[in-house]
Design a protein around this ligand. Structure first.
Ligand SMILES: [Zn+2]
Length: 230
């Protein structure tokens, strides 16, 4: 998947949506703008010089260096699809704007496709949305704490240092007043190196970390985040 899901503006009405993405040409142009915001880049060699031509209603870009021909859909979820882009876009709009879960049956009705098609569309799109959500970094005020799971051997130490327990870092992005927004749990050994590595992927550089001050938590500042003891 070489392309992010088209990010629709929140609260886009159906009328505004149709105006922007109501035709195959408009959807195609949106995918081009998203994939190549600064113009064509060859997916094989990175060259930008190219020529473009139409074949069977599709625009092909031919790289001037390696001669590879590609459509904007190659390497994206739209590759090899038999559905019009307008159907994909409408499905994305319905799934991202809905407050509640949209059933495959509802999708089938709105899109005018077979149930199986609606089901597949829904699951492909949901998967991409959850992958994107999982890779999004925590930002703003983030509370971190250490957490442990698992049993103890009789006579084992209790608390942080105990044996046979799996250690996790628990990070919660909160509102300014401490209301929880998103949670990230990650299995981790509490060393400076492991915390620094985790912070690089899990925290945005503008995050402000609040913790009870387990000594190794200071290492989050390696990602650019600031840290304070609560
Ligand atoms: Zn090329």
């Amino acid at each position: 998947m070489g392309i992010n899901l088209v990010q629709f503006q929140k609260g886009l009405s159906m009328g505004q949506f149709m105006e922007r993405y109501g035709t195959e040409e408009k959807c195609h142009a949106a995918v081009v703008a998203l994939r190549w915001p600064d113009g064509f880049v060859c997916p094989d060699c990175g060259e930008t010089r190219h020529c473009a031509f139409e074949r069977k209603g599709l625009t092909y870009w031919q790289c001037s260096a390696c001669r590879e021909q590609t459509t904007v859909m190659c390497g994206t979820i739209f590759e090899a699809t038999k559905l019009p882009l307008t159907t994909w876009f409408l499905a994305m709009h319905l799934l991202t704007q809905a407050k509640n879960n949209v059933s495959a049956l509802e999708l089938k009705r709105h899109l005018g496709v077979r149930y199986k098609t609606a089901w597949l569309l829904k699951h492909k799109l949901m998967q991409i949305m959850s992958e994107r959500e999982a890779s999004r970094q925590l930002d703003g005020r983030v509370e971190i704490d250490d957490a442990y799971l698992g049993g103890e051997l009789p006579g084992g130490k209790s608390g942080r240092g105990s044996e046979n327990k799996v250690s996790f870092i628990a990070a919660v992005e909160t509102t300014e007043t401490g209301g929880p927004l998103r949670v990230c749990l990650k299995k981790l050994e509490f060393t400076k190196e492991a915390i620094a590595e985790w912070a690089k992927t899990a925290l945005a550089a503008s995050a402000h970390v609040v913790s009870d001050g387990l000594w190794c938590f200071k290492a989050v500042t390696g990602s650019g985040a600031t840290q304070e003891r609560s």
